[in-house]
Design a protein around this ligand. Structure first.
Ligand code: ATP
Ligand code: LTN
Length: 333
């Protein structure tokens, strides 16, 4: 870790597939953040065990996610990248923080309520404990900023509450983290229902573009994208959500402002817009997909980067955990 730069921490569960929405709304911005801050980034493979996974698929997907992040430009020379399950301090701190979390607090989390309803046959302890594990992820690294989507803000609030509670009961131990909502970072909507965000758990394959879709798949999905019946290209989120979404995506991948894009389609129909956007996305994803394919041919490399990342992460995490153990009165080992 370099000097006294502030720490940015984030993690993503290895479920579904990484979408263009994740890329435009999150990954692209993290890469910029890591220039300015010390970045620590994990694949939250323990979190996703709160719902049933098929072991062989799950292992493969976690490695694939890691390779996709590398391919997107998360550079292990510039940030720490690792699998959460490789750093045992996360689960150890979770136990301690469990003893400072009230059951009512955990039960109030909207994600817990949503997931309990969705997986009514498997409302396990892990589901309730999910935000405490997330707090441990964040607090172990004395994190200053956590880039997360709005859906995770409540969990971040709990992390802050736990940090403040512990600091007040003992003495300052944890940095109190703040959510980091990037200034720019467009929201990408589903290609099939442009009023819904593009989400990696959407079961409709035509609704999302995956980072590793083939060019043919990408084009096909854009050609089928839902628009409207007006037949003219204009940016109007409320009345023309489908067309506006295509313009947002085009702007994000081309770097051109939307004001400059709209006139390019004067007198043209949606077919031209869809082809242009599809082409631009294919070209943006092409190098990512090529790098991804190369990384996946070299799993040893991926695992060595992950191992090195876990060693660095563990070095930092251990210092926080020892402090915590000492403060709560455990006998030193
Ligand atoms: P899930 O479908 O499992 O809820 P998701 O696709 O919503 O997954 P998350 O893992 O919740 O993705 O989020 C990862 C990051 O990607 C977050 O920072 C989130 O804000 C961002 N993100 C997710 N979907 C979009 C989107 N459609 N547009 C912009 N940013 C997005
Ligand atoms: N719960 C988050 C993933 C996550 C996370 C974290 C995000 C796990 N640990 C620590 C930020 C910091 C999610 O579902 N997006």
């Amino acid at each position: 870790m370099i000097g006294d730069k502030k720490i940015v921490y984030s993690a993503v569960q290895p479920t579904g597939c990484i979408t263009l929405g994740n890329y435009i709304g999150a990954i692209k911005n993290w890469i910029k953040l890591f220039e300015e801050y010390n970045g620590i980034f994990a694949i939250a493979d323990l979190h996703a065990l709160t719902v049933r996974q098929v072991p062989a698929d799950y292992r493969q997907r976690a490695v694939s996610f890691f390779a996709q992040y590398l391919a997107c430009g998360l550079d292990p020379e510039k940030c720490i990248l690792y699998f959460q399950s490789h750093v045992h301090e996360h689960t150890e701190l979770t136990w301690i923080l469990n003893c400072f979390t009230y059951i009512g607090e955990a039960q109030r989390m909207t994600q817990f309520k949503d997931k309990s309803a969705k997986h009514a046959d498997n409302v396990n302890m892990g589901l309730l404990d999910y935000p405490v594990l997330m707090a441990s992820d964040i607090l172990l690294y004395q994190t200053d900023y956590v880039p997360v989507g709005i859906d995770q803000k409540q969990h971040l609030e709990l992390s802050r509450d736990l940090a403040i509670r512990f600091n007040n009961l003992y003495s300052p131990t944890f940095t109190v983290p703040e959510a980091y909502i990037p200034k720019q970072g467009a929201k990408v909507f589903s290609l099939q229902d442009p009023t819904k965000k593009m989400s990696k758990s959407d079961p409709d394959v035509n609704a999302t573009v995956s980072l590793i879709d083939t060019p043919d798949d990408v084009m096909r999905k854009f050609k089928r994208a839902v628009t409207d019946c007006d037949g003219f290209v204009a940016y109007d989120e409320e009345n023309k959500p489908g067309v506006s979404n295509l313009l947002t995506i085009y702007s994000a991948v081309s770097g051109k402002p939307i004001e400059d894009i709209v006139p390019m389609f004067e007198g043209k129909g949606y077919a031209e817009l869809k082809t242009e956007v599809g082409d631009a996305v294919v070209e943006t994803l092409r190098p990512i997909r090529e790098k991804y394919t190369d990384f996946m041919k070299n799993k040893d490399y991926i695992l060595s980067v992950a191992k090195n990342g876990a060693m660095q992460a563990s070095g930092i995490a251990r210092r926080t955990l020892s402090k915590v153990y000492r403060k709560v009165g455990l006998v030193e080992a």
